[in-house]
Design a binder for this molecule. Structure first.
Ligand SMILES: NC(=O)c1ccc[n+]([C@@H]2O[C@H](COP(=O)([O-])OP(=O)(O)OC[C@H]3O[C@@H](n4cnc5c(N)ncnc54)[C@H](OP(=O)(O)O)[C@@H]3O)[C@@H](O)[C@H]2O)c1
Length: 254
């Protein structure tokens, strides 16, 4: 039997570059219509130009702002009339150093953007009756991280937030079943602007810890997300899918 590719409507937050853009491109290539978001309108417009005309829209704004989320949902309702997949990609990691030294206001901000904001997107999409998210059998994919499983030196607070994303995913999966499936992907280091500091200048050394011999590419994560939102994953919910080139199996640390 052929793979059942996702061809519904996907809302991908943080879609102007990196993992989010690769997800939007992959889903569009599979036949989906997509909406991408990001803060910088110019980069977002460039990203939109890489997606199929007439099957993609972009809305600039901050994922954590309610007014932005409602504007996005208005635009998606007008353009596509539904949402079948919500992919919460936006995440931040503004500090490097021991958790005990982190300014608590910065810690609050990290939790707001990485944990509360994905929850808020789920709540807002669910509340919008125009989008039929529950009645169409929608699904959510969140971005966790292997740092949420094994503490990574210097990015501990980020890891704590990503552990919370994994638990949020499982909790929502139980609460929203059977109408809505909720899963997450948990990557190790994927080559993007966001993670550059983790491998810049020491790429071979970092790659040598990965059994598959290389860092991740955004497309590696996009493939896993494309599977999780597709009918092929119809009996999968509450799963946090590790996408790490074997790093965790080898006892490594991202
Ligand atoms: N790269 C990795 O190694 C890795 C590993 C595990 C998990 N992850 C997770 O994967 C996700 C994406 O990472 P990435 O590496 O692709 O990051 P990235 O290259 O920095 O891309 C982040 C995207 O999100 C947008 N964005 C950031 N903050 C936003 C906000 N507050 N509101 C709206 N849009 C926002 C960015 O555009 P603007 O800056 O214009 O807003 C951009 O489109 C994150 O949740 C990250 O924690 C990444």
């Amino acid at each position: 039997m052929a793979a059942e590719r996702f061809d519904g409507v996907a809302l991908v937050t943080g879609g102007s570059r990196g993992i989010g853009l690769a997800i939007a491109q992959r889903l569009a290539a599979d036949g989906a219509r997509v909406c991408i978001t990001a803060r910088r309108a110019d980069a977002l417009a460039e990203a939109l130009a890489t997606l199929p005309a007439g099957r993609a829209i972009a809305v600039a704004g901050r994922a954590e702002d309610k007014a932005h989320r409602l504007e996005v949902l208005d635009r998606v309702a007008d353009a596509f009339g539904r949402v079948d997949a919500l992919v919460n990609v936006v995440g931040m990691n503004p500090v490097f150093g021991p958790v005990v030294d982190v300014d608590v206001e910065v810690a609050r901000k990290i939790f707001e953007v990485n944990v509360i904001t994905p929850l808020a997107w789920v709540q807002d999409v669910l509340a919008d009756e125009r989008l039929g998210f529950a009645s169409h059998g929608g699904s959510v994919v969140n971005l966790s991280s292997v740092t949420g499983r094994t503490p990574s030196p210097g990015i501990g607070l980020y890891g704590i937030s990503k552990a919370a994303v994994a638990h949020l995913t499982k909790t929502l999966a139980v609460e929203l079943a059977p109408e809505i499936r909720v899963n997450a992907v948990s990557p190790a280091v994927v080559r993007t602007v966001f993670s550059r500091a983790l491998y810049d200048g020491k790429e071979q050394e970092v790659e040598s810890a990965y059994p598959l011999g290389r860092l991740g590419e955004p497309e590696d994560v996009a493939g896993a997300v494309a599977f999780l939102v597709s009918r092929d994953a119809a009996w999968i919910t509450g799963e946090v899918l590790t996408v790490d080139g074997g790093l965790m199996a080898a006892g490594g640390v991202a």
